[in-house]
Design a protein. Structure first.
Length: 198
């Protein structure tokens, strides 16, 4: 009888030990998975920012549509500019710019990424197919109209399928300090193309 009680106590101790270990490791696992997901989302946001930069160079405005950005990636071109010193300037301060050709956007920005899929530019990784919120427009800064854009992924979307209470706590902590509860690049209120992870 004594051996049976000892075996039962051993099983209970092992179960409690596993429960304690799992409860300690759960926030650690959440943070690790969140960081891995954020890294992929940040890469998408950097890609969107890069494409927006060249789109604005070609069209004098940012795009508020992923369809137009994807079409621009497929068909757009970047001028290749050669800059040389002005031969008439003895101080070698002035330069002359000469366009020597054009390179396609897709080759220039994504040529070294063989697995890049243009159709996935606006899709938030791990979201089940949901897209980034993309806005573009103009704001007034000191009497000058400035083009702006913003692409954002809320934590509810990019952390989909993870511990719901941990997501609620994370969102609440960001909202308490007036920060966007997710990842975003650009701003619709400031002339900035910075990401909130930078």
């Amino acid at each position: 009888m004594k051996i049976v009680i000892q075996l039962v106590l051993l099983v209970v101790i092992l179960a409690l030990g596993w429960y304690v270990y799992d409860s300690i490791m759960e926030p650690v696992k959440f943070k690790q998975e969140m960081k891995a997901r954020e890294a992929k989302v940040v890469q998408h946001l950097k890609d969107i920012r890069n494409v927006q930069y060249f789109y604005k160079q070609a069209n004098q405005k940012y795009s508020g549509s992923f369809d137009s950005l994807e079409n621009f990636i497929k068909k757009g071109e970047i001028p290749v500019v050669k800059i040389i010193a002005d031969p008439t300037d003895t101080t070698f301060v002035r330069t002359i710019s000469d366009t020597v050709g054009y390179v396609s956007i897709i080759d220039s920005l994504f040529g070294k990424r063989p697995n890049f899929n243009v159709g996935n530019l606006g899709i938030i990784p791990f979201s089940g197919g949901e897209t980034f919120k993309l806005n573009a427009g103009k704001i007034d800064r000191g009497g000058v109209e400035v083009g702006v854009f913003e692409a954002a992924a809320h934590y509810n979307t990019l952390l989909k399928g993870m511990d719901e209470q941990a997501i609620i706590n994370l969102i609440s902590s960001k909202e308490d300090i007036d920060r966007y509860p997710g990842l975003k690049v650009g701003s619709m209120t400031e002339p900035s193309t910075d990401g909130n992870w930078e």
